[in-house]
Design a protein around this ligand. Structure first.
Ligand SMILES: CC(C)(COP(=O)(O)OP(=O)(O)OC[C@H]1O[C@@H](n2cnc3c(N)ncnc32)[C@H](O)[C@@H]1OP(=O)(O)O)[C@@H](O)C(=O)NCCC(=O)NCCS
Length: 408
């Protein structure tokens, strides 16, 4: 498989066709993803008969591991035209993108899925279940009046991005570059934002919404950014202030709160709106996945509050068979001695007297991010270890809830 870098001038028509065939892009001239995002991201393409038919792109970002930051390769688009499907091209191009990013220093890979299973073949495992809430603003239980915000537009993209970068950090939070925020602002006829500034003129908290021009909604919250929870309450109060007119607001529940705490009579309203256009509910799904790309670097940034312990890790990684031969980085499969505690390390090798954990990178990543416990991964992901080691791992990785808190 021959791959190359995307070249907007040369490839615009063919990449537009690919993106249009999958239904993502409808305006060749103005679409931000095609014209602004892809040229600045790490975009690879593959030709068939001298025309681009497959594309995979990533953005260099960061992902938090508790108080540490790790270098992230966020896969921000994978697609094959309708003539290039089911031939293994898209999977191989994605693996190639990840391998090249790992060579350049990416420590973790993350992506959003179209369905479960496909990216598991490249070593990804499910992230945390996110709650998606659909609420009628008048049911919001928030005892403060909305303060008057400032209207934000595309021109404020630098301030908006800075506020996103400085938002209250949570475990697993992803941050992508400024060009991503710029593209994610989307169509100015459909999206709008409102925010609050401090006395020094810094945007401290804001909301970006999709649904502009709709008489009664639905509005989709594209994102919320806030530096503390009091500011989050301002944003919820702002949403509530739409209550006389807007029937439906949908969003991924922001980190640090349980949405149900802020809804009046959630069961009654859910029952009353059952099968209705504006049905109120909270729906849970795991739509993003992760994988470790550099085990020693990830484990070095792992500080756990457990007692120190060591074990052998026999790690399998399926990505290698999808990567072209000329690329040196093949996978992270192999034998490691892992030490966990306040200071942690992963070193290549085996130590005779230590218990052994056998795991895929998919499962190990899930355990390491605190998404699922080792004991549970035995049954869902087929990991294997002596019982005493599983119990130690269960306790060691009791981490805060993981949320990427960025749509990509
Ligand atoms: C997603 C997409 C790129 C996949 O393209 P593709 O050409 O089918 O992918 P590949 O050829 O690399 O892989 C096909 C293989 O994956 C398998 N596969 C597909 N979905 C799967 C799933 N959910 N679980 C397990 N395997 C899956 C297929 O069965 C096939 O297996 P085979 O090789 O044994 O026959 C393509 O459908 C597309 O462009 N969709 C529209 C855009 C999109 O949704 N992109 C993904 C964003 S996350």
């Amino acid at each position: 498989m021959k791959y190359r870098k995307f070249d907007l001038k040369k490839d615009k028509d063919s990449v537009y066709r690919v993106l249009n065939e999958c239904g993502w892009v409808h305006d060749k001239k103005k679409d931000k993803y095609l014209n602004k995002f892809l040229p600045r991201a790490n975009t690879l393409v593959m030709d068939i008969n001298d025309e681009v038919e497959v594309m995979a792109t990533s953005s260099n970002g960061s992902i938090r591991y508790q108080d540490e930051k790790l270098k992230l390769s966020a896969i921000t688009g994978v697609t094959a035209s309708l003539l290039a499907r089911k031939q293994g091209f898209a999977g191989r191009l994605t693996a190639t993108r990840l391998a090249l990013d790992a060579e350049k220093g990416a420590e973790v890979g993350a992506l959003c899925i179209f369905d479960q299973g496909y990216y598991n073949k490249l070593g990804f495992g499910n992230g945390n279940c996110e709650n998606l809430v659909s609420i009628t603003p008048s049911t919001l239980k928030i005892d403060r009046k909305g303060k008057t915000p400032v209207r934000l537009t595309e021109k404020d993209y630098k301030k908006i991005h800075k506020n996103r970068v400085n938002r209250l950090p949570n475990h697993c939070a992803v941050t992508l570059p400024e060009y991503a925020t710029q593209a994610e602002l989307g169509d100015k006829n459909k999206n709008m934002g409102f925010g609050y500034f401090d006395e020094s003129g810094n945007l401290t908290h804001h909301i970006w919404l999709h649904g502009k021009g709709k008489e009664q909604g639905p509005y989709w919250v594209q994102w919320l950014a806030y530096e503390n929870l009091d500011q989050l309450m301002d944003l919820l109060a702002l949403i509530k202030s739409f209550e006389e007119q807007i029937m439906m607001v949908r969003m991924v529940v922001p980190p640090f709160i349980q949405m149900q705490d802020f809804i009046e009579k959630p069961y009654l309203i859910k029952a009353m709106t059952r099968k209705a256009e504006n049905q109120n509910n909270i729906y849970s799904t795991a739509y993003w996945q992760l994988r470790i790309l550099n085990l020693p670097k990830c484990i070095k940034k792992t500080h756990l509050s457990c007692e120190d312990f060591n074990f052998n890790l026999q790690l399998s990684d399926p990505i290698g068979e999808y990567i072209p031969e000329e690329i040196k980085w093949r996978s992270i499969a192999g034998d490691y001695v892992i030490s966990l505690g306040n200071k942690s390390s992963a070193k290549r090798g085996k130590q005779k007297d230590l218990p052994t954990l056998k795991a895929s990178v998919n499962a190990f990543t899930r355990m390491w991010f605190g998404i699922m416990s080792a004991s549970s991964l035995v049954h869902s992901d087929g990991i294997n270890a002596p019982q005493e080691l599983l119990i130690k791992l269960d306790k060691a990785f009791l981490l805060p809830q993981a949320h990427v808190d960025w749509g990509f």
